[in-house]
Design a protein. Structure first.
Length: 120
């Protein structure tokens, strides 16, 4: 199986161990929990969800449609760079840099459901 594309080139084959993938997925789960904890502040929650949607849109371009959890975890290593550029360019809100880790983790949490090995 060919790896996912990264802006016209294949993602680098940087294997991520099962243990590392498990820890990264826990980080994604935590980011999603922190996002959901913001529901009580409707304005802030809408802003964060909008940023998550932008990161998801870019994630689709970066990773593609066919990927494993280990490949997605590998992509997460470099995601801060392109996610920062995406949010800064398309949806900077007051204080957005401090929320970037939450937004990124929540986006990857949602996107992982598309992994070919998600339910395994």
């Amino acid at each position: 199986m060919a790896g996912p594309l990264l802006r016209g080139r294949r993602l680098e084959s940087r294997p991520v161990s099962v243990d590392a993938t498990t820890l990264i997925r826990q980080e994604w789960e935590d980011g999603n929990r922190r996002l959901e904890a913001e529901r009580s502040d409707a304005r802030r929650y809408r802003t964060l969800v909008g940023q998550v949607e932008l990161v998801l849109d870019e994630l689709r371009k970066q990773v593609g449609q066919t990927f494993t959890l280990a490949e997605l975890a590998g992509a997460y290593r470099d995601a801060d760079r392109w996610a920062r550029a995406t949010v800064e360019e398309r949806a900077p809100a007051r204080g957005w840099p401090r929320d970037l880790a939450l937004v990124l983790a929540a986006a990857f949490h949602a996107y992982q459901r598309g992994a070919v090995d998600y339910l395994q």
